[in-house]
Design a protein around this ligand. Sequence first.
Ligand code: NAP
Length: 500
Amino acid sequence: MNAEPCTYVIYGSTGNLSRIKLMPALYHLDEANHLPEGTRIIAIGRRPWDQATWLKELREMIEQKVKSNFNEAVFKRFSERFCYHRGDLHEAEAYAALAELINDPEQQFSKNIAYYLSISPADFGQVLELLSANHLFEEEYGWRRVIIEKPFGYDLDSAQALQKKISLHLTEEQVYRIDHYLGKGMVQNVLVFRFANVMLEPLWNRNYIDHIQITHSEEIGIEGRGEYYNSAGAMRDMLQSHLLQMMTLVAMEPPVSMEAEALRDEKVKVLKSIRPIPKEAVHGHAFRAQYAKGTVNGVKVNGYLQEDNVPPNSTTETYAAMKLYVDNWRWRGVPFYLRTGKRLAKAQSTISICFRHPPLQFFRDTQVHCMNQNWVLLGIQPEECIRIEMTVKEPGLEMSTRTTSLDASFRNQNEKAIDAYEDLLLDVLKGDRSLFLRFDEVESAWRIVDPILQTWAIERDYIATYPAGSWGPEDSRRLFDKESQAWRSSLTPEACKYEV
Ligand SMILES: NC(=O)c1ccc[n+]([C@@H]2O[C@H](COP(=O)([O-])OP(=O)(O)OC[C@H]3O[C@@H](n4cnc5c(N)ncnc54)[C@H](OP(=O)(O)O)[C@@H]3O)[C@@H](O)[C@H]2O)c1
């Protein structure tokens, strides 16, 4: 698919996401000559800035991100694409003024228009309504697309209500729901690893896999976002979206093609095959906790309840773990353990696939004492890697073994990392929706976590805690089906766990 010239209209261009992700991603795309000729950007803000003030801010955003790689010539070309447009998104006149600007023949804006809603989710509905009322979605002279940031809803009901509003004004083909995890190179590599390597397919099922873990851990706390975080929590913030998305890629059947619909059909099938968790089983399937004070990277930090804008009796979880089963032919009986948390020992996202023990203990009467299970480890971030752990004989006369790993790492040291938003922003220009969420994916994901959220919302008397800087609460172990299962936090071979 080719990228077509377009006008990007960015709501919230002065906000945090724009500063740290969107503007640097667009700059990098321009630097790599990926932005088609004629691509322009209307940066919408409510601040009474003129074009010069905006460009000064933009320069700062880019300089802060790219540091010594800042290129004056590229920035000049990049900044010429911009038009700062002042407008309060709650005021109807702002939309009429935007329509006037877009249709101004002197400006020569491309009539392919992508609206990026990098604003509070509470404002999504109103902005869509007013853009539509001002005929800004009409596709008479070019396409109109809308990129909607996460979170898509707060629970199943609110997601359905938002979708209802969207479908009044837009077709599904015009909607690009972001889960930026899908733009990460390593996440896409999960599909390549699985479906371009035929040797894995016979092993990728209940016959050989003991269990699967998906972890997203953060060292940071809530970074001054107490108000937002306290109303969201780890389950909504991470598990419902990014972790369930990663799970679908690990568990899905091969799609008939890499076309958006084929890919998303298979992901939805996984989500729909996940065994529902009835409210009475929530405690057997989910665990929540909050960080208490502790030490992260040698620095003493406060507990969650001492953070600004967090009520002293809050039971919002900063750690959430969940056990799921996929009731289909491939995965029946294989537990998927998902966990995420803030203020944990290390920041990383990993997928760890643990294989079963060999069926016979051949080495019982030898000097082999240690038999670890095989693992496939996929490091998503910051370390991007694919490792397959195997048991091998140690050199020497004795018959003893150790664990070694086959490394199929994704990127060579001299190959540049590409931010997820670069991929996603370019896909919008190409009209490729395969890395964006279809509504039935979002809806199915909410259906899975809704009973847990509802139960936790009622149980407000107690929440477990864990020391900041640890790997989370010990008690979360109770989710495991077997004594032999334990959280895997390392991407390097672990000490021998199983004696034979
Ligand atoms: N930040 C992240 O890392 C991150 C990650 C994933 C998803 N997201 C999602 O991205 C979206 C934006 O998040 P954010 O962190 O960038 O939020 P933010 O820093 O609070 O920025 C919000 C933006 O909306 C603008 N805005 C607010 N009210 C407005 C109004 N009445 N009229 C015009 N503009 C208005 C703000 O303008 P002012 O600058 O004038 O206040 C600002 O540019 C949210 O949906 C969030 O959930 C953010």
